[in-house]
Design a protein around this ligand. Structure first.
Ligand code: ADP
Ligand code: MG
Length: 66
């Protein structure tokens, strides 16, 4: 299952919902990978700092605008 969270407006809770949803699904036994397409990389940062390593984070952090 692919879940896409997007909204053109900032501060609407995309990152928060992504991280919490990923954790909830991982805790429920699902294999979860988060693809972070936001150059800010906040989801990647939060998930990397998290003690639980159940969520695979694939940050396209290198997709910096040039
Ligand atoms: N359900 C919520 N209730 C209250 N505050 C929230 C909620 N979801 C997110 N926030 C807060 O709103 C701010 C923006 O959330 P964030 O997930 O970073 O938004 P986005 O990724 O869309 O820019 C953060 O300070 C976050 O803690
Ligand atoms: Mg965000």
């Amino acid at each position: 299952m692919n879940i896409l969270l997007c909204n053109g407006k900032g501060g609407t809770g995309k990152t928060t919902l992504t991280v919490l949803l990923a954790h909830a699904l991982a805790e429920a036994g699902k294999k979860v990978a988060v693809l972070d397409r936001d150059p800010q990389g906040t989801a990647t940062k939060w998930l990397n700092e998290c003690e639980s390593k159940k969520v695979i984070i694939s940050g396209l952090l290198t997709c910096q605008e040039s």
